[in-house]
Every structure is written in structure tokens, then in C-alpha cells.
Design a protein around this ligand. Structure first.
Ligand code: HEM
Length: 514
């Protein structure tokens, strides 16, 4: 009897294999279509509009990220479909800044999705990549002192040093025959070198070299591009990057990456020589102190991960914002003139030090308006910030969403809300920050998400703002700039950050006013 059954089972299996071999070309598409239809119609989001491809698969998100223009895709989607757009079977993009505030508000239970888990370091997540909310809160608490405005101000002198190198390099371009310079590249090198100083006590050396050392900037972009795409289908990461073969492939050893090498060397040096520089409270020093005080909550792996992660999170983002600011200002002659007039007037009255301070930059209202406006129309994060709806479900923007639904927020979309920012919200117009008085400006600021929000508000915000406030007025005081391609947009692609090229300018030293 047992023999007969086995024969029957065998023959069914064999028959099935034969059937698959004969009809695989039909069967595979049929399974995919059925799967697509299942996802399309079984989800509680089935009534929400959106691209067809997105309704039954995550392929739309993967393709949009691969193209590198997610922020543009999302602007168009919301123009076409309205405030709620289904961008994957279980994910909806929201365009309302009010809804965004609800989602991001601390304590509301909207937690990071597995998108973030794809970003390195895998073994020891940092503050950005940690998706376990309670663990994240502990790490952030221990690291936050390092990033406070007073800690940053204490390190301002190292930004000044880095500025001096930037100015010396730019002076050289002023003295060339054509006076052409790719200012975008130099802002990028500058942002990296500032982070080297702030995090590890030494510049990486990008500005001294004058090129992308070891291709590190390109490597970071490539890594972030991969993270952004595979972050849409995180389960594929185990196959594509975190497979056992990958680490044996040439050029794949992460410890040889210049930023990693420098981070490890700086930690080692301070450990070996007890050189936890008390006179120089940089990020690493603060983090090592946190580790000494509470090793059970903030381990050595956290010290490395947080300091290393700062370079990934803080370089492209700050460079991109400074590039956007400069490009927008130079493109609008009236804005440019007004800004330069303000800076030169403050300077002539002794209101700007050789290396401008935070307080001095705060006293330049038009500069502040230009900076806010650049961060509004062109925020440095181009991909979505995604969160899970808490298990019990939630009301967002007047709609009920089931627990586990993914909600996506894109700063480029949120910052174009006409109800909050005005009918001309699509355009760069710094005056909007000044003409409605302080109350109106404060109201708009409540709905700005360039640094995210709630418990995941950017921890490096103070550093980025200090760096930009000290550097941008300085550049416009010292130099006259002219765009070489005034009719062209910056070339950009969004990895997680908006990576930009094409800020080519003619540069000359500004004559000092008497
Ligand atoms: C203009 C420059 C910057 C911009 C526009 C920016 C933007 C952002 C945004 C939008 C988020 C929220 C991401 C999310 O919730 O998915 C974020 C988080 C973060 N940023 Fe920044 N950032 C900038 C500079 C920096 C710098 C200089 C550092 C570090 C030195 C840094 C470190 C981080 C970290 C660690 C997080 C994760 C925070 C958390 O989840 O609690 N950022 N940033």
C-alpha cells in the first residue's frame, strides 16, 4: 500500500514538474499577474488613486528611485491625484503639511519602516538607521549633547580654519585667465572637511587635494543610491549586498573606505593614548565620554556608528543645501543684489567678523529669508520619509488608516502647499518670509520639514545651520559670482539626498568698499 502511494505521489510531482517545464512561459506571468491583482485588491488602500503599477507592486517606487527623480515624480503624482496617492500596495503618499506634522509628532507611535535598515552600518545601526524606536531613543539621548548648539559653537573655530582653506583655494581661481570654478564641487569638499574636523578632529583633506579623494564622495553617492533603491524592497538586501560572497569581492572591503579608515584610526589613537581631547570637545570626544559613562547603553560600536554615520548624513545634505542656496540667489538678479547689499552694509558697519559668527548671520534678515526659501523649494532630502501607522490605526488628514499601513512624506511636495506658503509656492521668492510679519513667518516655519520632525528630527541640524550661516555670507562678501549657465537648472539626482552638479561660476575677488 505504501509503495503504491509513493508511486502516486511521485507521479503527481513528476507530472507537475513536466507541466511547469512545458508551460513555464505562461505560468510565471500568470502567477505574477495573480499576485499583482491580489495586492491591488486585497489592501485597504485599494480605493486610493495612484499609478497603476504601484497598486499591485513596489515596482513603481523602485523605478522612480532608480531614475533619481523621486521628488519630481511625487510633485507630479500629487498634482494629478490629489492629497492621498497610493504609491505601493500598502503605502500612501501624503501631500498635506498638517498631516505630516501629525505623522512626525513625537509620541504618536508612527515608527520608521524597514527602508532605513538597508542603510549601513548593518551590524550596529546608528541614529539614522536604527528602526527599533526604544533603542533609537536611548542612542539619541546619549548623542544629543554632542550635537547641541553650544557644543557646535565651541567648535566654530574649526569651521573658521576650514573656511580659510576654502578662501585660499577660491582666490586661486580668481587669478586664473577664465576665472571659472565648479563652486558646487568646492562646497562639497568643504562640507566633508568640516565634518572631518567636527567629528574626528581632522580634515579629510578634500580641499587640500582639490578633488574627490579616493573617490569617496562618489562611493557615498553610489552607496546611498543603492540604499535608496533597495530600501524600497528591503528583503532583497540580503541577496544583493549582505550575501556571504560580497565581502570577498575586490574593492568591497568597507574598512578600506577613506571615511571608515579615518574614523577607526581616530578612535584607536584616542583609546591607545588616552587622548580623549578634553580641550577639543568634538563629536568623537563627546561620544567616547558617553560610552565611558554608560557603556551598557552606549557601546563602543555606537561610538563608531554615530560618528561615522554623521559623515554620511551630514556631508551631501549640507553641500546640497549650500549649492541650492547659491544657485537660486545667483539666478535672480534682484535677490542677488539685495542679498549682497545687506551683507556689505552689515560688513561696512562692523557687523561681520572676518569669519562671520552665528549671531552676526542671524542679524541678516534677507540672508535668513533666502536660506529658508532655498530649503523650502529645494530641500536636501529627495526621497520620502516613511513611517508605519501604529498598530491600532490612525486618523490622518480626515482619513482612517489601518495599523501597519506605510505613509510617505516628501519635503518637496509638502513645501509646495499653497495654503501655507502662498499661491506662488512653486517659486523661489525669499520675500515671502518677510512680508507677512513675524507671525506669518513662524506659521510657515511650523510646516517646514527639511530637517524632518518629531523624535527623528535631524540631530545634525545645529551643525548644518551653523556651518551654512557662517559660510554663505562670507562667500558673498568676499567674491563676485556669475553663473556660467544661468538658464540651466542644476543637474541632480536623488539618492537619499539630492546630489547636485553644475554650479559652474565665474568668480572674482570683490573690491572692498571704503
Ligand atoms: C542641511 C543639512 C541637513 C539636512 C537638510 C538634513 C536632513 C535630515 C532629515 C530630513 C532627516 C530626517 C530623516 C527621516 O526621518 O527619515 C535627518 C535625520 C538625521 N540627520 Fe540630518 N540633515 C542635514 C545635516 C545633518 C548633519 C550635519 C548631520 C550629522 C552631523 C545629520 C545627521 C542626521 C541623523 C543622525 C539623522 C537621524 C535622526 C533620527 O532619526 O533621530 N544631518 N536629517
Amino acid at each position: 500500500m505504501a509503495v503504491v502511494m509513493l508511486e502516486v505521489q511521485d507521479s503527481v510531482a513528476v507530472q507537475a514538474i513536466k507541466l511547469i517545464r512545458a508551460y513555464w512561459a505562461l505560468l510565471i506571468p500568470a502567477v505574477l499577474v495573480l499576485r499583482f491583482l491580489y495586492y491591488k485588491y486585497s489592501s485597504p488602500l485599494r480605493h486610493y488613486p495612484g499609478p497603476f503599477l504601484a497598486s499591485g507592486s513596489r515596482a513603481w517606487k523602485v523605478l522612480s528611485t532608480y531614475r533619481g527623480k523621486t521628488e519630481q515624480d511625487h510633485i507630479k503624482l500629487h498634482q494629478k491625484f490629489g492629497p492621498f496617492v497610493r504609491i505601493a500596495p500598502n503605502e500612501v503618499s501624503l501631500s498635506s503639511p498638517h498631516a505630516a506634522r501629525d505623522v512626525l509628532a513625537a509620541g504618536k507611535g508612527f515608527h520608521k519602516t524597514d527602508f532605513y535598515g538597508v542603510f549601513p552600518p548593518k551590524a550596529n545601526p546608528d541614529i539614522f538607521t536604527e528602526t527599533r524606536e526604544a533603542v533609537h531613543a536611548v542612542k539619541k539621548r546619549y548623542a544629543s549633547n554632542a550635537y547641541s548648539m553650544s557644543s557646535m559653537q565651541g567648535l566654530a573655530t574649526y569651521i573658521d580654519d576650514t573656511q580659510r582653506i576654502l578662501l585660499a583655494k577660491l582666490d586661486e581661481f580668481c587669478n586664473t585667465a577664465d576665472q571659472k570654478v565648479d563652486l558646487g564641487d568646492w562646497l562639497h569638499y568643504f562640507a566633508f572637511d568640516v565634518l572631518g574636523e567636527m567629528a574626528f578632529g581632522a580634515k579629510f583633506g578634500f580641499m587640500e587635494a582639490g578633488y574627490d579623494l579616493d573617490g569617496a564622495i562618489k562611493d557615498i553617492d553610489d552607496i546611498q543610491w543603492y540604499d535608496g533603491i533597495v530600501g524600497q524592497i528591503p528583503e532583497w538586501d540580503a541577496v544583493l549586498r549582505n550575501n556571504p560572497i560580497n565581502k570577498y569581492l575586490p574593492g568591497k572591503d568597507p574598512s578600506q573606505f577613506i571615511i571608515t579608515r579615518m574614523a577607526l584610526a581616530a578612535i584607536e589613537k584616542r583609546k591607545n593614548h588616552g587622548e580623549n581631547m578634553v580641550d577639543r570637545k568634538d563629536l568623537l570626544s563627546h561620544l567616547m565620554t558617553a560610552n565611558e559613562k554608560a557603556p551598557e547603553n552606549f557601546g563602543p560600536g555606537d561610538v563608531f556608528a554615530v560618528a561615522h554615520g554623521a559623515v554620511f548624513a551630514g556631508s551631501d545634505s549640507t553641500a546640497s543645501t549650500m549649492q541650492s542656496f547659491t544657485h537660486h540667489v545667483l539666478r535672480e538678479p534682484q535677490v542677488h543684489k539685495k542679498l549682497v547689499d545687506e551683507i556689505l552694509e552689515a560688513d561696512s558697519k562692523g557687523g561681520l567678523s572676518p569669519n562671520p559668527s552665528w549671531a552676526e548671520a542671524q542679524a541678516l534678515p534677507y540672508f535668513q529669508a533666502c536660506l529658508k526659501e532655498a530649503m523650502r523649494v529645494r530641500p536636501a532630502v529627495g526621497l520620502n520619509i516613511t513611517r508605519h501607522v501604529p498598530p491600532g490605526g490612525a486618523d490622518i488628514g480626515g482619513q482612517r488608516f489601518a495599523g501597519g499601513t506605510r505613509v510617505a512624506l516628501n519635503g518637496w511636495v509638502l513645501h509646495r502647499d499653497q495654503g501655507i506658503f502662498g499661491k506662488d509656492a512653486d517659486f523661489f521668492r525669499p520675500e515671502r518670509w518677510l512680508e507677512g510679519g513675524e507671525a506669518k513667518a513662524k506659521e510657515m516655519e511650523r510646516y517646514m520639514f527639511q530637517f524632518g520632525g518629531g523624535s527623528h528630527l535631524c540631530i545634525g541640524k545645529n551643525l548644518a545651520l551653523l556651518e551654512m550661516n557662517k559660510t554663505l555670507p562670507l562667500l558673498f562678501r568676499e567674491y563676485e559670482f556669475e553663473l556660467l549657465k544661468p538658464d540651466e537648472d542644476l543637474i541632480h539626482h536623488s539618492t537619499f539626498f539630492v546630489v547636485q552638479k553644475g554650479l559652474d561660476v565665474k568668480i572674482s575677488k570683490r573690491e572692498k568698499r571704503q
